[in-house]
Design a binder for this molecule. Structure first.
Ligand code: DOR
Length: 428
């Protein structure tokens, strides 16, 4: 590969604490110079922000099993278009990713597509059934370092405790979908005024908080690593904050939709707003924003959950939970968090890249942008505004809750080890 210099970009690299305008030269898959002259091809990056490629801790790629909704290729194309260079693929596929064969299959599909690095998440229990542990050792042997039954909680405290203890052998992370199922039978929407008005069965916040409290106690007792996915309530933020203060090895994520939307969005019964955990209240949004700002919540993670239109566009009670996220995460974060003064640009990019990479030990992602480091980068126009059009999505599905919203911040280029995966608005 010949040298290429991105000129005049604002380099925002949370990993090295850099925020300055500089030329960045890339050659042979690595950054060779920051702040030097132009070498080889010149790529004008005046007015753009150059940051470490984004890292998503929570992506549903649906393959194997539901390639009508998404494939590894289409999901990672959406990732590249959204500025992501790495995604952690959830295990609730068909067959379930509960043994090394599915891990290898997903890795192979990802390599063939070449749009982003995929880190498969293994199931905690066989078939996500909550009873017997999945083949955690065999999956760890092929590189898996995070296990989750996401979409389903590990109901049994005994099974969860064994999983945490076992995962500790590899210093792996358990990300438990925090939902006490006995409190969410038939639940449809956050328990409260809006659900009452709409006549939808309430989904109490305690269902999440009871499970998070249990898991924090179990992880603390074992010194094991716990990750709390899709934090949605004020109470969960408080629990994680207190646990971190006690030294519990816990990390947490929040989705763009829980940072941005409330249960009021469901007023028209449009199932595009149906998600697990449900959209909550303005008070919860304020709490998760504050938790992201003070570092209680480490990462913004998309929970990109594609569903084919004939599934998702049923009436509310029948429709599956989930929303697209990869192509809008950066712009929603810039528009609803940076523009509102909740977090600065550096913390926003930390939450979308450096912090999630660190929380999963994903070497080669999340920066730093220094000579010798992989050229795994995103360049975006922080001033560009655009309107979300579901039809333009690279995903196979269309279920974005942000359709028609005007957002600020548009990805221009994404590079994975020096190679464009997205260039001038096109997936490469
Ligand atoms: O809304 C959701 N959809 N939440 C989950 O936890 C799972 C996901 C899915 O797989 O569709």
């Amino acid at each position: 590969m010949t040298a290429r210099t991105f000129t005049g970009a604002r380099v925002v690299d949370p990993a090295s604490g850099t925020d300055k305008v500089a030329n960045v030269t890339v050659e042979g898959g690595v950054v060779t110079e920051v702040g030097g002259a132009v070498h080889g091809e010149r790529v004008d990056a005046d007015g753009l922000v150059l940051a470490p490629g984004l890292v998503d801790l929570h992506t549903h790629l649906r393959e194997p099993g539901r390639d009508d909704a998404e494939t590894v290729a289409s999901g990672t194309a959406a990732a590249a278009a959204g500025g992501f260079t790495a995604v952690c693929a959830m295990a609730n596929t068909d067959p379930v990713c509960d043994h090394a064969g599915v891990v290898e299959q997903v890795l192979r599909l990802a390599r063939d597509a070449g749009h982003a690095d995929v880190f498969p998440v293994g199931a905690v229990t066989k078939g996500l059934a909550g009873d017997d542990l999945a083949e955690i050792g065999a999956m760890a042997a092929v590189g898996v370092r995070c296990f989750s039954d996401d979409g389903h909680p590990v109901r049994s405290a005994r099974v969860m405790r064994r999983a945490l203890a076992y995962a500790r052998t590899w210093d792996a992370v358990i990300a438990n979908h925090a939902e006490e199922a006995s409190l969410t039978e038939d639940a449809q929407l956050n328990e409260g005024e809006v659900a009452g008005l709409l006549g939808l069965a309430g989904w109490p916040r305690e269902a999440e908080e009871v499970m998070v409290a249990r898991d924090l106690i179990l992880a603390a007792g074992l010194g094991a690593r716990l990750h709390v996915p899709h934090v949605s309530t004020r109470g969960t933020v408080d629990l994680v904050r207190a646990a971190k203060a006690r030294g519990v090895r816990v990390t947490a994520e929040v989705t763009p939709h829980h940072l941005s939307l409330t249960d009021e969005a469901a007023t028209g019964y449009d199932p595009v707003f149906k998600v697990n955990p449900p959209l909550r209240t303005a008070d919860d949004v304020a709490a998760v924003r504050a938790g992201l700002a003070d570092g209680t919540i480490d990462a913004v993670a998309t929970d990109h959950a594609p569903h084919a239109p004939e599934q998702k566009e049923q009436e509310w009670g029948q429709a599956p939970c989930g929303m697209l996220g990869l192509e809008t995460a950066l712009a929603v974060t810039l528009t609803d968090l940076v523009d509102t003064g909740t977090v600065g640009l550096a913390r926003a990019l930390d939450a979308l890249s450096t912090a999630p990479a660190r929380s999963r030990d994903l070497a080669g992602h999340g920066g730093p942008i220094v000579a010798g480091a992989p050229a795994t980068l995103v360049l975006f126009d922080p001033a560009a505004t655009w309107t979300v059009d579901p039809a333009a999505s690279r995903s196979r599905s269309r279920n974005t809750p942000f359709a028609g919203r005007r957002l600020r911040g548009r990805v221009v280029h994404t590079l994975l080890r020096g190679r464009f995966t997205f260039r001038d608005g096109q997936v490469v």
